[in-house]
Design a protein around this ligand. Sequence first.
Ligand SMILES: Cc1cc2nc3c(=O)[nH]c(=O)nc-3n(C[C@H](O)[C@H](O)[C@H](O)COP(=O)(O)O)c2cc1C
Length: 316
Amino acid sequence: MSDRATLEHLVARAVRAPSSHNTQPWLFRPRAAGVALLADRRRALPVNDPEDRELTISCGCALLTLRAAAAEAGIATRVTPFPEPEDEDVLADVALEDGSAQAALAPLAAAIEARHTHRKRFEDTPVAKATLRALADAAEAEGARLDMLEGETTRGEAATLVAEGDRAQWDDPRWRRELAAWMHPRRRGDGLTLPGLAVPVAQLVVRSFDMGGGVAARDREIAAHSPVMALISTPDDGVGDWLAAGQALQRVLLAAAVEGVQASYLNQPIQVAALRPRLGRLAGAPGAPQILLRLGYPAEAPSPAPRRPVSEVIED
Ligand SMILES: Cc1cc2nc3c(=O)[nH]c(=O)nc-3n(C[C@H](O)[C@H](O)[C@H](O)COP(=O)(O)O)c2cc1C
């Protein structure tokens, strides 16, 4: 099961996972019976993400993607999180085995390439309750929760927190510099690229969503242009919770993309520590808020983000 061609196929699909600032902070180490997933902390964002929480979540997204791709190929996966306590960069060992693949994950693989972060407009079409329930189930299957922020008041308050978080981050020159350092030309294969936009405008757009003119987060616009607002949270806030949150996030995103629903991120009130508990209370989430999403049916075609070649992320 762990021949080179299989490994390269699975990694090529895993790297389609989303990652914070498109840093792609992962490495894959071939093992006799499978593959290990490592955090590549050279790609950390010390200002935006001082504890590597989002870095670990991004790696969790890649892990879920690899599991789904394996399931589609009829390969069973057995994941051992943190197999080497003396090396905290080794996030998981994935044994690839003959036998019964995880049936529930296989259909999600069809959406690996179709999923994109959609920062642009959504259609007004609401997302059906049954779809939202399925997304909550997807999060729960990975040990996390997905709570919808419903009602005008709650959504308005959440949007105010996003705008507050946005202001706090833009006021910090170190944070702005770090974001600018990850605005790359497409040929680099990583980072945030928005063709045709001047960098300062692009920097505003990547933070929240593109209203056409490139606007920073403004609360009423966020609330009005997010058909669904949903919070992923975990019971606690340790490294294991972050890895679970990443797998839950990607399971939710793929399940949504199968239905034609895409998402983008409103993470500012989670990244700004003072706002995080307020968001959790607002969503009725008892644990630790990890990712705030807006979801809906895209009104325009996505522009796929670049990826580094597989040869750069497999350790030899
Ligand atoms: C943990 C995490 C945090 C993210 N935070 C943001 C964010 O705050 N704002 C944003 O616009 N995109 C955010 N993204 C989306 C990434 O920028 C996106 O995944 C990356 O650019 C690759 O693009 P793609 O998702 O279309 O493949 C985040 C993604 C992850 C996994």
